[in-house]
Design a protein around this ligand. Structure first.
Ligand code: XMP
Length: 513
């Protein structure tokens, strides 16, 4: 197994993700927790030193334990990792006013095991740089294997000791060959097999959950979405009857969603589930409210009230399980001398753990959305469930600009079902990150048969994205859009006009509210 020593880069998790993709198990540990004793126990087969925001030139600069360099295992330093290798092994790093940030070209000046089969000597390649300090002189025994305009020591190697260091970030997609270089490092240089799979993650996660929870009771709030469902099934495998799920039905779900969740959990998995039907409560609180932020706040607060009341009936509950994913977690290593790791996490039920005095169980917090889907399949969740598009916590309420009513929610559900049905029939569902309809608070005049109509406008939205942070609208054909519009207007009473949203994010957001 590989040890990733974290110096606090925002993209350290991406290194782990790339290694998992090439079938190699790894763990991330903050630099200030990795000492000689830790290394002895962990016995890493290879070590990667991550990037980080610090400067190696300050007195309190973070360092890797010197023992790291005495183990004789292959080492790869990335960005700050390169700088600290140079500083710790007798090279020199200088502060520079000239920050290099973004795309750069690297030229391969020497063949290396790191580049084997990927980059040839003399060729140039795009890489992603992000650094302030730069290496001035490399330690004895090292050679330059790649250089860029801003970084004459963009890649260096000591082939004999199998220590490599790069100034660029191979883990990000803006370094197109980066994944192959990382794979070279762990598989060819470190000789690891590449036989790790999500099945192994499942087993390890189950062990961890058992260790954390002991014989305590765990409550899990199900939202109907993929993340909380996968978390619940995984935890149930680990601790069985110690888990109770609570599903608050807000009446703002997509068509058939609540029924499916209840069926899946009760019948297929036999997981204890409390189903709270609270549609009237939520719609009552939303009556007369049209401000988007107020709607969100009301839904959040009502959800917490209902959940709290139910959870309080469960005796001895000590833990709250959440399907928090890595992109929900902003994690940073604290550099002010203390060993503490500051973790901020945000989620729909924020505030709940403190109020209920519960500890969090978050078995998915190292995974990305697509990895959670793979884990869901591993756990036997049905394909159409696992592949489902993301759905926001406040549900259909934020897809009905203006006041939300039962009638509008019904119209929206019907129209949305047809839209998604057409997308599935066209084989496009899995190409799209998210597709949904928005019921506008605008009425327009139409003519159906010989009758005048005066009904709502429905907007269709579909975007591609990798993480929801940025998105492009999906380029449907006009024929496809026309066919959707015809079906929706013919089959859904209350809608007489359909438009398509061609805004990307930024400047738009994915949802309308
Ligand atoms: P926006 O609209 O901000 O959405 O571009 C980005 C992604 O987040 C989802 N979203 C939410 N998810 N609770 C959630 O769990 C929320 O309050 C929420 N608001 C937006 C949205 O569907 C998209 O996938």
């Amino acid at each position: 197994r590989v040890l990733i020593i974290d110096f606090g880069s925002q993209v350290t998790q991406l290194i782990a993700r790339r290694l998992r993709e090439s079938g190699v198990y790894c763990e991330i540990h903050p630099f200030n927790r990795v000492d000689a004793a830790f290394l002895g126990e962990y016995a890493p087969k290879a070590i990667i030193l991550s990037g980080g925001p610090a400067s190696v030139k300050t007195a309190t600069s973070p360092r890797a334990a010197q023992e790291v360099f005495e183990l004789g295992v292959p080492i790869l330093g990335i960005c700050y990792g390169e700088q600290t290798i140079c500083a710790q092994l007798g090279g020199d790093v200088e502060s520079s006013d000239h920050r290099e940030f973004g795309r750069a070209k690297i030229e391969v000046v020497k063949a290396s095991a790191l580049f084997d089969g990927v980059w040839e000597i003399g060729s140039s390649h795009q890489v992603w740089m992000s650094h302030g300090d730069r290496v001035n002189a490399i330690p004895e025994g090292f050679e330059i294997i790649g250089k860029s305009e801003g970084a004459p020591f963009a890649a260096i190697a000591n082939e004999e000791r199998r220590i490599y260091a790069v100034q660029f970030h191979p883990e990000v997609v803006h370094t197109p060959d980066g994944a192959k270089l990382l794979s070279n490092f762990v598989r060819n240089i470190a000789g690891l097999q590449g036989d790790w799979t999500m099945a192994a993650f499942r087993d390890e996660a189950i062990e961890m959950i058992r260790k954390q929870v002991g014989d305590g009771r765990v409550i899990c709030g199900l939202s109907g979405g993929v993340d909380s469902s996968v978390a619940a099934v995984l935890i149930h495998e680990a601790i069985g009857e110690q888990l109770t799920c609570v599903f608050v039905d807000t009446g703002l779900m997509r068509a058939g969603e609540s029924e499916e969740v209840v069926r899946l959990f009760r019948d297929s998995y036999n997981i204890p589930l409390i189903h709270v039907e609270a549609a009237d409560l939520f719609l009552g609180k939303l009556a007369g409210v049209d401000d988007p932020e107020k709607k969100r706040k009301i839904i959040g607060a009502t959800f917490i009230d209902v959940f709290d009341a139910e959870a309080n009936k469960i005796e001895n509950a000590k833990f709250l399980a959440q399907g928090t994913l890595y992109p929900d977690v902003i994690e940073s290593v604290s550099f002010d001398g203390g060993p503490s790791v500051t973790i901020k996490s945000h989620h729909n039920v924020g505030g709940l753990p403190e109020r209920m005095n519960l500890k969090l169980v978050e078995p998915l917090r190292e995974l990305f959305k697509d990895e959670v889907r793979i884990l869901g399949r591993e756990l036997g969740l049905p394909e159409h469930f696992v592949g489902r598009h993301p759905f926001p916590g406040p549900g259909l309420a934020i897809r009905i600009p203006g006041e939300v009513t039962q009638e509008k929610a019904e119209i929206l559900r019907k129209a949305d079902t047809i839209y998604l049905d057409e997308i599935r029939k066209a084989g496009l569902y899995d190409e799209i990150w998210q597709a949904f309809s928005v019921l506008l608070p605008v009425r327009t005049v139409g003519v159906m048969g010989d009758e005048r109509t005066y009904d709502h406008v429905l907007a269709l939205r579909a975007v591609t994205s990798t993480d929801g942070m940025t998105a492009d609208y999906y380029p449907f054909t006009h024929e496809f859009l026309g066919a959707c519009a015809t079906r929706i207007i013919n089959e859904v009473r209350g809608v007489n006009r359909v438009v398509y949203d061609v805004t990307s994010k930024p400047p738009g957001t994915i949802e309308w509210e």
